[in-house]
Design a protein around this ligand. Structure first.
Ligand code: GDP
Length: 324
């Protein structure tokens, strides 16, 4: 039997919000102590490519080539491909930059050769110089479908093409029943965890797909380690994206309390700790009433320093929880 290494941290992440904290964690922990499990529900097929927005945000962020101005894509991006495509009358609603395109072409070619998404992600990470492991939540296709007033839309159609405007009725993850949790992630969990950190990602679109995979919640619970969720809602608003709008359409209070309640109701007994922003301090008692340890800190990560600081705060709180 392998010796259990209790220094290991598993982070669950979507794209924009998740990759900021993942970056911070990667500066605090060596590669063998951190694995990031990435949502693939936002993946989609476009122009012959399989596009994996959350994996790419993580790759770009952890390798330091992310475009912090745009909040997505690579820095120093140019758009020659897109304007040439426009001239041809091609579909340009999804913004593919020239540098970004290299990722998609590389991924498409390797998938065609028969490599799995995990294997291709590893190659991309090596090429970009991201040394911490980013694992797709599964190697099988899972596609988030948004059931809204326009009917059933694929996630990117809803998100980019329709700009999140249609009112959402419910969200389904097509393919989730037959998808298998990435075996490398299961192995990482079963080797012993110090903590699981649920990044401040969209709970419905980024975290639910990961936690909906068969066996993942039970495998995490079995570890009996701290499971810390960080609120993606600050002061009643999402920093980017449709999280707050979705909450109101799904009948959930648009607040850190709403996020905590949602996780507690959907995954009873999974979370141990909830991190909320200092702007939401007034909600701390109500969140604690949900049987959660609470921690209030600055969760806005608008600089590298703040990403590292939030990661350090969370790791401190995990160490404190473990020393009791
Ligand atoms: P996506 O997959 O690209 O949509 O990205 P995520 O699901 O990982 O992140 C989207 C969520 O991140 C939104 O709900 C934002 O409110 C949240 N978010 C973005 N930046 C920050 C930040 O600096 N701090 C916190 N607490 N949340 C953030």
């Amino acid at each position: 039997m392998r010796e259990k290494n209790k220094e290991r941290v598993l982070a669950l992440s979507g794209g924009v919000g998740g990759s900021k904290l993942a970056f911070g964690l990667s500066k605090m922990l060596p590669p063998d102590q951190l694995t990031i499990l990435a949502n693939t529900g936002d993946d989609f097929e476009h122009l012959g490519f399989t596009i994996c927005p959350d994996i790419d945000s993580l790759l770009y962020s952890l390798s330091g080539i992310n475009n912090s101005k745009l909040g997505w894509g690579q820095k120093g991006e140019t758009w020659n491909f897109l304007s040439a495509l426009e001239r041809l009358g091609g579909e340009t609603w999804f913004k593919l930059g020239d540098r970004d395109l290299a990722t998609h072409i590389f991924r498409a070619a390797k998938l065609k050769e028969g490599l799995s998404l995990s294997e291709v992600t590893m190659l991309l990470a090596d090429g970009m110089g991201a040394s911490h492991r980013i694992l797709p939540m599964t190697d099988q296709p899972v596609r988030t479908m948004i059931h809204c007033e326009l009917g059933s839309l694929s996630f990117q159609n809803y998100f980019v093409k329709e700009r999140c405007e249609p009112k959402v009725k419910n969200i389904k993850f097509e393919g989730i029943e037959s998808a298998i949790l990435n075996p490398a992630a299961l192995d990482f969990i079963e080797q012993g965890l110090k903590a699981v950190i649920i990044c401040p990602s969209n709970p419905f679109l980024s975290i639910d797909p990961i936690l909906s995979l068969d066996g993942v919640v039970d495998a995490i619970k079995k570890q009996g380690c701290p499971v810390v969720a960080v609120s993606n809602i600050i002061g009643g608003a999402a920093l980017k994206g449709p999280a707050a709008k979705l909450m109101s359409e799904l009948g959930i209070a648009e607040s850190a309390l709403g996020v905590a309640k949602y996780y507690q109701e959907r995954y009873p007994g999974l979370l141990t700790d909830f991190v909320l922003d200092q702007k939401d301090k007034h909600l701390e008692n109500d969140i604690a009433m949900l049987d959660l340890s609470t921690s209030v800190t600055q969760t806005l990560m608008n600089s590298s320093e703040r990403k590292k600081k939030l990661a350090a705060d969370i790791l401190n709180l995990v160490s404190k929880a473990l020393s009791f």
